[in-house]
Design a binder for this molecule. Structure first.
Ligand code: AMP
Ligand code: GLY
Length: 418
């Protein structure tokens, strides 16, 4: 089968890398892809937003399955368009993907179906949001409802900060229409954990746990980023007993909720969780694979990913089985200097050829024989080893051999899991 992966980050590199290992995949394409992906797939220079061109390409090349990576593509209805054209696609429809693209929709879904989450109010009117904030104790979390490149969540330490956030999001439209509505919620204390499960609308298949590191600097300091590194399993934050509760309180109720609401959800579901003293709370739903969670999860996946994606589309997850390697995986993100603020691109990357771990490219391009930086997150250095401690030291040993001007990374990825 010919497979097309849509996207251009580290997650897509990992998807292509894993799908290519399937004996049933004859050819693999990525639109638009990146420097690293171009080593193992044919990259097609098409914009993710250009659905006409993507459909045309998929038809001309006889693509048997298209796998959609990023949230904005799903929110824009790419899966609906491909399906209307008779093209087989992995990723939820626009309507189902509202669980990620509208935090208000997600919150109401969770409330309707008893999925534990932070106490909150949902507002389309700034005055109502301000009145709600006035009654809350600090810190207060203010979230733009729509997609805002991971920047739409403000943790306000004072009431004044919360009011500023409401003004900027709703009245000044700092994130555009993503700020037409807001969710205002209580601040939760605890450890975050990433859960992934394939969902076919009737059943789900749980993946192992993972933990991301969202802040830019060691010790969870600095600005929020797309994710600076991951490890799996995250057994310390999510021991088996808690994982069982995730199944009962989040995933079983999610599936029941889909059928009550008549929502046809087929794809990956990635709930971001906070493990608090009062139990598990869902912070958000993501309707896609996490980045950089995918890099560690697919490194550990033994089974054929194509089989699992097809079982999801065909609603056969009730009989699907995934086999996982017992080893632990750690992914350390190497980012451009200045990220998540402004940064320069075009820096030459050295030391890649010597690496004995898997290096997933996030923001790179190939020029002649060289790889150059071309994004905030540049590489995801991913190691697999019998223990988490060994995976961590293998990943960092490989990081030490890679260089580009301004390279920054966290030196404590996976430390919390040890
Ligand atoms: P979200 O996009 O909703 O996952 O929020 C992004 C990040 O903000 C999360 O990964 C958390 O680190 C933080 N966050 C979101 N909601 C809360 C909350 N209610 N309490 C504490 N931190 C939160
Ligand atoms: N790793 C966080 C995300 O993919 O949203």
């Amino acid at each position: 089968m010919k497979v097309l992966v849509i996207g251009s980050g580290g997650r897509e590199h990992a998807l292509v890398w894993k799908l290519k290992r399937s004996p049933r995949v004859s050819e693999i394409f990525c639109a638009p892809g990146n420097g690293g992906i171009s080593q193992i797939a044919e990259c097609v220079p098409l914009k993710i937003s250009d659905h006409d061109a993507l459909v045309k390409f998929a038809k001309e090349r006889g693509i048997g399955l298209t796998v959609v990576g990023p949230d904005d593509a799903l929110a824009a209805g790419i899966a609906d368009r491909f399906q209307r054209e008779g093209l087989r696609t992995f990723g939820p429809t626009q309507s189902a993907a509202r669980l990620e693209s509208s935090k208000v929709f997600a919150k109401e879904f969770m409330l309707r179906h008893g999925i534990p989450t932070a106490a909150s109010g949902q507002f389309s009117n700034a005055d109502d949001a301000r009145a709600f904030v006035a009654k809350m104790s600090v810190p207060i979390v203010v979230k733009a409802s729509g997609l805002a490149f991971g920047k739409g969540v403000i943790i306000a330490q004072t009431h004044a900060e919360a009011e500023t956030a409401i003004r900027e999001i709703m009245e000044e439209r700092k994130f555009g229409d993503a700020g037409a509505e807001v969710v205002v919620e209580e601040f939760l204390e605890g450890e975050e954990c990433s859960i992934h499960a394939l969902v076919d609308g009737r059943s789900y298949l749980l993946f192992p746990s993972a933990q991301d590191h969202k802040r830019a600097l060691d010790g969870d300091l600095g600005l929020n980023t797309g994710g600076m590194g991951t490890f799996s399993p995250a057994a310390k934050v999510l021991p088996p007993a808690l994982e069982q509760r995730v199944c009962i309180e989040v995933l079983d109720r999610f599936i029941a909720g889909l059928s009550k609401d008549g929502l046809d959800y087929r794809g990956m579901l990635f709930p971001g969780l906070m493990i608090t003293r009062d139990g598990i709370k869902v912070l958000e739903f993501n309707c896609r694979f996490g980045d950089p969670e995918t890099q560690v999860l697919l490194t550990r996946l033994e089974s054929d990913l194509l089989d699992l994606l097809e079982a999801t589309i065909d609603q056969r997850l009730d009989t699907a089985v995934a086999r996982w390697r017992p080893e632990a995986a750690v992914c350390v993100i190497l980012a451009s200097g200045g990220y998540p603020g402004s940064y320069a691109g075009g820096k030459k990357i050295t030391g890649l050829e010597k690496s004995d771990v898997t290096v997933f490219h996030a923001g790179t391009k190939r020029e002649g024989g060289d790889f150059l930086t071309a994004g905030g997150r540049v590489l995801g250095v991913t190691a697999l080893a019998p223990t988490l401690a060994e995976a961590k030291s293998r990943a960092y040993a490989a990081v030490a051999g890679i260089h580009f001007e301004g390279m920054q990374f966290r030196s404590d990825i996976a430390a919390k899991g040890l």
